[in-house]
Design a protein around this ligand. Structure first.
Ligand SMILES: [Zn+2]
Length: 140
């Protein structure tokens, strides 16, 4: 059985849907799960997959997305689609900080200060709020 492993970010995959996320008002799981399923239908059609077996999702810890909720909506909504029964794998991506003194990038520290020089950290733009399809596997 052949398997493909394809790296994709949701914003590359579905530019229009990603634009809708950016507009904000409520990162609720339901419309996003619908987007994932739409993307998977389109991708499986284009690549000739009969089904999608696994989807890796990257969830920023500030995105407000809850893996269990994504899974619940997905189980219900994917019925009859190419990704029905696919395994969802969640990877949580942390907020990143950039030190305002030395420019070092770091994930977290007890007081949010730079672990190298103690300088003040500034949240890296967009970090921790991302939500994307990292990769998926399909079967022909
Ligand atoms: Zn520093």
């Amino acid at each position: 059985m052949c398997q493909w492993h394809i790296l994709h970010r949701l914003d590359a995959l579905c530019a229009s849907e990603a634009a809708a996320f950016d507009k904000g008002h409520g990162m609720h799981e339901l419309p996003i799960v619908e987007d994932i399923i739409r993307c998977m239908d389109r991708e499986s059609g284009q690549r000739g997959f009969s089904r999608i077996s696994e989807i890796k999702l990257s969830i920023g810890e500030l995105s407000g997305m809850v893996g269990e909720c994504v899974q619940m909506y997905f189980d219900i909504l994917s019925e009859g689609h190419s990704c029905e029964g696919a395994k969802l794998v969640f990877e949580y991506s942390p907020v990143k900080f950039i030190c305002s003194s030395c420019g070092r990038e770091y994930e977290r520290s007890p007081d949010f200060r730079c672990p190298a020089c103690g300088g003040e950290g500034i949240r890296k733009r967009g970090s921790g709020s991302e939500f994307s399809i990292k990769s998926f596997e399909g079967e022909p």
